[in-house]
Write a protein that binds this ligand. Sequence first.
Ligand SMILES: [Zn+2]
Length: 129
Amino acid sequence: MVVEGVGDLLTHMARCCKPVPPDPIVGYITRGRGITIHRRDCRVVQKMDAENRARLVDAMWAQQQEGSRFVADIHLFAQDRKGLLRDITSVFANAEISVLGSAVSRTGVRSAPTCGSRWRSATWTSLGR
Ligand SMILES: [Zn+2]
């Protein structure tokens, strides 16, 4: 992680938006807890008042981030079919992604049901696939 202009300070990922490479990011200088890294399009950042905005600093991913582990929310929407969940979980397993939790719901009309899934996952290397 490189945060422009402030050197190598303590940084941690914001829980609100869980940035992962190569998301565009911004740093927020906290009061006493180092720098929190948010996605640039994070709703928390967008709603900041002028006082908090003054604490934002440019940030960019360092090259060695690849292979690092991140927690990310993955939202999947797919046409429902036999074996869909099995196929999704096998993709995660083959990519060695740890699935920390999941929720599945069905939406849409009866003739064309859609399966929407939310997965919490770690390891960013497979997220670009
Ligand atoms: Zn955020």
